[in-house]
Design a protein around this ligand. Structure first.
Ligand code: AMP
Ligand code: GLY
Length: 424
């Protein structure tokens, strides 16, 4: 089978690595890929907005399956375009991807399907007085979310009225999120442990993969700004078997059903971002794709044939037995450029990447290769990951922090407390 992966992050490196192990695979391509995927696939540069060129590439190379990693090409309609020229795609249509690109639509689906989520009110960002009055009556902390895509930055936790009104002004007057902030949601602040659950679905049937926990904030102890994710571990001890069952039956199944009922069947990875509250699991958000860096810890915990799983989903006849949890555990620590998620410098040589330990995987994200050397080339640079055959998060964490000591580049920054919550 000839497979094309779209994207260039650590997630796509992890997808490529899992796919490369499949017996079904004959050739693997990435558009555009990164210096990690280059070691296991052919990287091809095509602008992700140039659907015609991507389509021509698929036809010329007789691609059997396209796997789309990031949300933007999904939201832009790349899967619709490729399906329109008879190419199989793992990834939702643009209208199903709306579950991520519009938080308001996600709430609509959840309301219709009776799925537990944070209480909220929706406003137009021009409704200044309405919002001000509402914010005066609210309990704090609360969460302000812009409706549209904002690269993980459109969620602001406000501790008091002052913070909330200033946040609202920056959205409505300064328009810091542009069009994404035309509508906003003001949401109840949920307390609990977070978990990310991936459901692989053909639009009707689904399986869930081992749950992971991401670390969204830049600083230790979950402080500072939200990022794309600074590290993850899996499986999460917080999700017991009965909780996982509850999540499948009360959250995943009804949402997949509702999307299909509305004429937007979801084919791909439905990512449920959950808070496990004292009242049970509640949805924080849905994403229309695999999470990054959660994918880096979830995929190494699967035995079986991951390509078979994704191909069968794309083909509309999900093979629920294609993969299974192997009993292991994994911890990934993201090494970023100091300054991220704001501005940062890049272009520094990375040393120590040649670790020959079968329990360590180094996923590339923002890296670039020049003359056989690897340089930093983005905010999140690499994801150092320990993968054990047994369930021992403590051991995996110790191993990953031991390994990361060998890796160096100027302005390298990483959190020191990834997976600490799992050990409590
Ligand atoms: P999101 O971009 O929706 O994933 O939100 C980013 C992060 O903000 C989440 O991972 C949570 O840590 C936090 N967050 C979002 N919504 C809520 C909420 N209603 N209550 C508490 N924390 C939240
Ligand atoms: N790690 C969070 C995300 O992929 O959205």
């Amino acid at each position: 089978m000839k497979v094309l992966i779209i994207g260039s992050g650590g997630r796509e490196h992890a997808l490529a690595l899992a796919i490369s192990k499949s017996k079904l695979l004959s050739e693997l391509y990435c558009i555009p890929g990164n210096s990690g995927t280059k070691q296991i696939s052919k990287n091809v540069y095509i602008d992700l907005q140039n659907f015609d060129s991507i389509g021509s590439f698929c036809s010329e190379h007789q691609i059997d399956l396209v796997i789309i990693g990031p949300e933007q090409p999904l939201v832009d309609g790349l899967s619709d375009y490729l399906r329109g020229i008879n190419i199989k795609v793992f990834g939702p249509s643009s209208s199903a991807a709306k579950i991520e690109s519009s938080k308001s639509y996600a709430k609509e689906i959840m309301n219709a399907a009776n799925v537990p989520t944070a209480k909220y009110e929706e406003f137009n960002s021009t409704d200044y007085w309405k919002v001000e009055n509402y914010l005066r009556e609210c309990e704090y902390p609360l969460v302000i979310k812009v409706d549209g895509l904002a690269a993980g930055k459109g969620v602001i936790i406000c501790n008091n009225f002052e913070e909330a009104i200033n946040t609202f002004k920056s959205i409505s007057e300064e328009k810091i999120f542009g069009k994404a902030g035309t509508k906003i949601l003001i949401e109840e602040f949920l307390i609990g442990e977070e978990a990310s659950v991936f459901a692989i679905t053909d639009g009707e049937n689904f399986i869930t993969l081992p749950a992971a926990q991401d670390h969204k904030r830049i600083g230790d102890g979950d402080t500072g700004k939200n990022t794309g994710g600074m590290g993850a571990y899996a499986p999460t001890p917080v999700l017991t078997e009965s909780l996982s069952h509850e999540i499948e039956e009360k959250i995943i199944r009804p949402v997949i059903f509702q999307l299909k009922k509305e004429g937007n069947p979801f084919i791909g990875c439905l990512y449920a971002g959950l808070m496990i509250t004292s009242e049970g699991p509640k949805v924080i958000e849905f994403n229309c794709r695999f999470g990054d860096p959660e994918t880096q810890v979830v995929l190494p915990l699967l035995d079986g044939d991951f390509l078979q799983l994704l191909y069968s989903a794309a083909d509309g006849r999900l093979d629920k037995n294609a993969v299974w949890y192997n009993g292991g555990s994994a911890v990934c620590v993201v090494a970023a450029s100091e300054g991220y998620p704001d501005s940062y410098q890049k272009g520094f040589e990375i040393s120590g990447l040649d670790i020959f330990d079968p329990q360590i995987i180094i996923y590339h994200a923002g890296t670039i290769e020049k003359d056989g050397k690897i340089f930093s080339n983005g905010g999140r640079v690499i994801g150092v990951t320990a993968v054990l055959n047994e369930f021992d998060i403590r051991k995996a964490r110790d191993k990953v922090y031991d390994a990361i000591k060998n890796i160096k580049f100027e302005n390298m920054y990483f959190r020191k407390d990834i997976a600490a919550k799992a050990l409590k």
